[in-house]
Design a protein around this ligand. Structure first.
Ligand SMILES: [Cu+2]
Length: 347
């Protein structure tokens, strides 16, 4: 085990988050050198063998169900500079946020067919992968980062080869996509997989790439079901000092912290609104929305629901209350470090 003094103090004093290549990482400690750490990880045998062949695997494609569609995506893992608090203000407390808020984030970025060109700017979360029950999701993934990363889905149906998870010596090629390489994931959205699910990196450096922004949503809609008028997607997570190298940590929604920087959600009275929330760190969070209420899974009317790590929640209601509202995590320490936003309803 090779710890420099700063890393050792960080690991000893801080909140433990993971052990990578034998090094303990503290979430509030210094930023680890992931490239250096990952260089010490042995390339698993099945990955070594596949690297000599065409790495974009000929799909062992599950056929879409009758009437189903093959939904193909082209996604690149990439890095870009990212500002956590672009306005430098917290509109909730009407207060200035001082100090540096920029770091190098990691992103799943959607491209046009055959990795032609980016479809838009980088985003946190990555693109929403949309399907209906009976469809097959085909995700062509290229890793432009300098360490092995993956895409691991929740909720949908897949074989172990399509798991996108590092499993030591048992790792399949999709669980260790090396720098510059591609892999084709094929996931089945059969009946019973409907819902909104997270996807995220599950490679050998998991969860640090996820902390840097490698996460997104899959939305499998039930075929034929009426669509909401508005879908909102929110990820509750933290960007820690070990993630960013910044002097302090932030409690974030979609990579941004503090009201006015986090997504400002919008809807109109009369619209059917669906809000999808997941949590992606070591904490429990709650989703609280002012001026509104909905039925939870047990049928009880609530306005605040708890999310554990990687839980996903869909809140649905018909909008009936115009005005400027807050949505936020009700863990006060999270709220006051940035985990809140505006929800603006027009009459
Ligand atoms: Cu929280």
């Amino acid at each position: 085990m090779n710890l420099d003094r700063r890393a050792f103090l960080g690991a000893g004093a801080g909140a433990f988050v993971c052990t990578l290549a034998g090094q303990q990482i503290a979430s509030d400690g210094p930023e680890p050198d992931l490239e250096k750490l990952s260089a010490g990880i042995e390339v698993p045998p099945k990955v070594r063998a596949s690297a000599r062949q065409n790495p974009l695997t000929p799909a062992q494609t599950p056929t879409p169900a009758p009437g189903g569609t093959r939904r193909e995506y082209w996604i690149v893992a990439t890095k870009a500079r990212w500002n956590i608090v672009p306005t430098k203000r917290d509109e909730m407390m009407n207060k200035k946020i001082t100090g540096s808020t920029k770091f190098t984030g990691w992103f799943y970025r959607e491209y046009t067919e055959n990795f032609g060109a980016p479809k838009g700017p980088v985003s946190m979360p990555g693109p929403v992968l949309e399907a209906e029950t009976g469809d097959t999701l085909v995700v062509n993934f290229r890793n432009d980062l300098k360490i092995p990363v993956t895409m691991h889905p929740h909720g949908v149906q897949y074989t172990p080869e399509m798991d996108g998870a590092y499993k030591g010596q048992f790792t399949d090629p999709g669980g260790f996509v090396q720098p510059g390489k591609t892999f084709q994931y094929v996931w089945d959205c059969k009946e019973g997989t409907e819902g909104v699910w997270p996807y995220h990196d599950h490679g050998p450096m998991d969860p640090m790439p996820l902390y840097k922004g490698l996460f997104g949503f899959i939305n499998v809609r039930k075929k034929g079901a009426p669509r909401p008028d508005v879908d909102h997607y929110l990820v509750f997570h933290q960007i820690t000092t070990a993630t960013s190298g910044l002097a302090r940590g932030f409690q974030c929604i979609n990579g941004r912290a503090y009201t006015g920087n986090t997504p400002t959600l919008r809807a109109k009275v009369g619209q059917r609104v669906a809000q999808h929330i997941t949590a992606m760190d070591v904490n429990f969070h709650t989703y609280h929305l002012h001026g509104h209420r909905w039925k939870n899974a047990a049928g009880k009317v609530v306005d605040n629901e708890t999310l554990g790590p990687a839980d996903s929640l869909t809140v649905e209601f018909t909008e009936d209350n115009p005005g400027r509202w807050f949505y936020h995590c009700h863990v006060f320490s999270h709220l006051h470090e940035g985990m809140s936003g505006w929800y603006i309803v027009e009459p």
